[in-house]
Design a protein around this ligand. Structure first.
Ligand SMILES: [Zn+2]
Ligand SMILES: [Zn+2]
Length: 395
């Protein structure tokens, strides 16, 4: 599967963007990349347009649905693979449904109908501005043992915190804080520009003078240079739930960068990396292990030791164990993440029989005597055949 882009990146929105902002970001992309607009383009352009168009629709299908969005926020794309509860599926969406929902009625590029709708009624920002700090992305390495039981990990990050000198205000005296003359406290500036289809539209960008805060500081704090923030290296404890998988993302709320002017902190996003186990392989919640035994052990029966995540387990093998036999140790796999899967997985043990390459004279004689015995003529039982059939199907 091709590497997917982060849905927020695709739509160019923030995690805390409102439903309207997400919708409007998607509208713009759908307009830009609709295949009808690229009929005269080169093949490469057409292909790109189609891919961008679909990518935006998929991102919107997830971010516009509060449940899917929450799951994506917590687990990233891995949330998609957790199946089970609620028939969750990032990939599956009805494009027509989305377009109808976003554009209301027909999505039609041929005529002029409906366009005013896209540009009209610009959303007005109201209420007091709250600055949210940026998210911080980091990662942890986990062994399968840690994943099996869940654990607590410490991560060390560098993050913005309120300046200790000025308490985050950016200056010692509140009277030194003035409304920004460029944006009049709005934090944003509007610029007129000729938009699509010859209409005049406005781009809104962050105010260059105040950097979006809407305020300027005339006598800035010496420690933080007036930003109100300072960089600190800090260690955060992260609780890792049992059963997580490579690539999953755990969100630790409010442990990211501090927001400006006493705003809310961003989140800390912790991506899981799995340290490969020396003996066990993982597939979803199940584990796989291969044990190689000797020919006499296979014929006479024996006891083997199986490594499990909760310590070694002894297991008896019956006399006449066939090469290719698979044992299943129920519940010795990994647990599902907080109820998203189908319960705890199993540990599968495959038995392979090793044949010696060199024999002594007397060993050779002993085997020669057995060769002619009818006991050694292959006559698989029904159980034996069940094993051999599986092995045969590999071809
Ligand atoms: Zn300004
Ligand atoms: Zn300061």
């Amino acid at each position: 599967m091709a590497q997917k882009r982060d849905y927020y990146e695709v739509l160019g929105v923030q995690k805390n963007s409102s439903a309207d902002e997400i919708k409007s970001a998607y509208r713009k992309l759908a307009l830009k990349w609709h295949p009808d607009r690229w009929v005269n383009g080169t093949d490469a352009e057409k292909k790109e347009a189609e891919e961008r168009f679909k990518e935006a629709a998929e991102a919107y299908s997830v971010l516009s649905d509060p449940d899917k969005k929450a799951r994506y926020d917590q687990y990233g794309f891995a949330g998609d693979q957790m199946g089970g509860g609620g028939g969750f599926d990032f990939g599956g969406f009805d494009l027509n449904d989305i377009l109808r929902n976003v554009f209301g009625g027909s999505f039609n590029f041929g005529g002029g109908g409906g366009f005013s709708d896209f540009f009209g009624g610009g959303s007005s920002q109201s209420g007091t501005r709250v600055f949210r700090g940026r998210d911080i992305r980091t990662s942890v390495k986990l062994t399968l043992e840690e994943i099996a039981s869940g654990c607590e990990k410490e991560v060390t990050i560098e993050r913005n915190r309120p300046c200790q000198e000025c308490g985050g205000k950016g200056t010692k005296n509140s009277s030194d804080i003035k409304t920004c003359p460029t944006c009049h406290g709005q934090g944003q500036v509007r610029q007129a520009m000729r938009g699509l289809f010859g209409m005049t539209s406005y781009t809104i960008s962050t105010c260059p003078q105040c950097g979006g805060t809407g305020k300027v500081v005339s006598n800035p704090c010496r420690r933080c240079g007036g930003t109100g923030l300072e960089r600190r290296r800090e260690t955060v404890k992260v609780r890792i739930p049992a059963g997580v998988e490579e690539g999953m993302q755990i969100t630790v709320p409010r442990e990211g960068h501090a927001g400006q002017q006493g705003g809310v902190n961003g989140d800390l996003l912790v991506v899981v990396h799995e340290v490969p186990h020396a003996e066990l392989k993982r597939d979803g919640n199940n584990l796989f292990y291969t044990q190689i035994i000797s020919m006499p052990d296979a014929v006479l029966g024996c006891e083997i030791t199986i490594p499990t995540l909760s310590g070694p387990v002894r297991q008896k093998l019956e006399p006449g164990t066939q090469s290719g036999t698979v044992l299943r140790l129920r519940g010795r796999g990994l647990p599902a993440v907080q109820g998203y899967g189908r319960g705890t997985g199993d540990l599968y043990v495959k038995i392979l029989v090793w044949m010696p390459h060199k024999l002594s004279r007397s060993e050779k004689d002993a085997l020669e005597a057995m060769r002619s015995s009818s006991t050694f003529t292959p006559a698989p039982s029904r159980d034996d055949n069940a094993i051999f059939e599986k092995e045969k199907n590999i071809f």
